[in-house]
Write a protein that binds this ligand. Sequence first.
Ligand SMILES: C[S@@+](CC[C@H](N)C(=O)[O-])C[C@H]1O[C@@H](n2cnc3c(N)ncnc32)[C@H](O)[C@@H]1O
Length: 435
Amino acid sequence: MAASLYDILPTSYGGRSAFARQDIPKGTSVLSCSGPYASVIFWKFRREVCAMCFAYAFESGKSKWSIKLGEDSKGAGGVWFCSEKCRDACLREYELFEGQGIGWWTQINAAFERLVNQMAKPSKPKTSTKIAPAARLAFLEDISAADVTQEFVDKAWMLAEDVSLEESKLGWVEVLTEFEMDTARFVLDGIVRKVAEDVNPAFPALDRVSSGRDGYCLGAGRWVDMLELQDNELSLVISKPYILTSRIRIYRFLRHLATSLSSQRKSTSGSSTPRGGANSTPPLLPFASITDKLRDCLSTSAEARAIMARDHGNVFGIWDMTTEDEGSEMLGWGAYVFGSYFNHGESFLDFGVSRIVNRLFSTDCAPNLKKFRNGRAIQFYSLRDIRAGEELCISYVDETNPSVLERARMLGADWFFDCRCARCVQELEALAIAG
Ligand SMILES: C[S@@+](CC[C@H](N)C(=O)[O-])C[C@H]1O[C@@H](n2cnc3c(N)ncnc32)[C@H](O)[C@@H]1O
């Protein structure tokens, strides 16, 4: 397997970033991430986007995909595939122990789908109805940026744990927005992966990478890798205070889901539904151990909160076309943990000797890497020759947008920094001179 062409090092201006270890010729695949640690395809697209390779049915002249996990799976909680190859890859991806199938995974997905369908029923209230425990969180709906401190956010989450414990004895009556539902599915995907890792640290999918033909390849990573990503919770809540109540609602919903799944399992057989006949399977993996671990994992907010703290500012959109060109549609998003260390553009502020030297060689401040989606994987290619020591950067915004103010607004709102890249600095200076 190819070795890494870069090191992750601290910068003086924006956390860590990647720096070339050696000269990298134009067109080199610098990194390939085989899949996301956690991902979501927007609910509305789930029949149109393959759950494995993210292929969009419309691009193949179809209105939706029709391959399910199994004949009786009824979509197995919202997953559809473009081909049998992708379906089989999914069966391999989520098989915790060889020969035991992925019944545990489909049951969790199906429970999610049932709860979502329940929320969608017209008999259910359309707007959020506060039952007694949730009313204790109502004050969060009126907070402003000035109220938000780390202590305030921590206390809100502690209260959310109390509220959700009380709620677990009652039915779920609130209605999540579509975005909250999608975020909940993303968080669940990550939590399920973490639980799978706890149940079987040798879970094959954890270290699965595609072949090294795409250069330096890494897998989806482990929970520790996910936690290594920059935590943006406080910056996000300060910039959008309403997010706190929304994220807490997502956690409460997931805790309710995990609790009800665990109690349902106790009232039924308590076994998984393995693929293959009874004769062909080894002793069953107790489904109980997964649902109980899922319930325990969500009995505190720590893990769900940790994923949501890393979602904003680190994830990549999953687009219908392999590159995010004009007219391309975002179908969902994924946390490709090892791809989240590339900073945006280049900074004037980091005046290390090597950066000054490198600046002499760089023609401008445009990103020197470009990202492509390759099925479930994403790859980062060099756009030009890169010299040893140079920072490897992608563009977080559409760099063809001619408005420096618009680019600055997006970087500030979504990534919480003022861009000091050469182009932005020059264009802002020109605006200031022009008055
Ligand atoms: C995807 S992460 C990149 C890796 C990150 N620097 C880290 O240490 O984890 C995005 C965050 O990096 C920082 N960042 C990226 N590009 C930057 C830039 N040009 N100037 C300042 N901060 C930047 C911001 O905090 C941004 O929210």
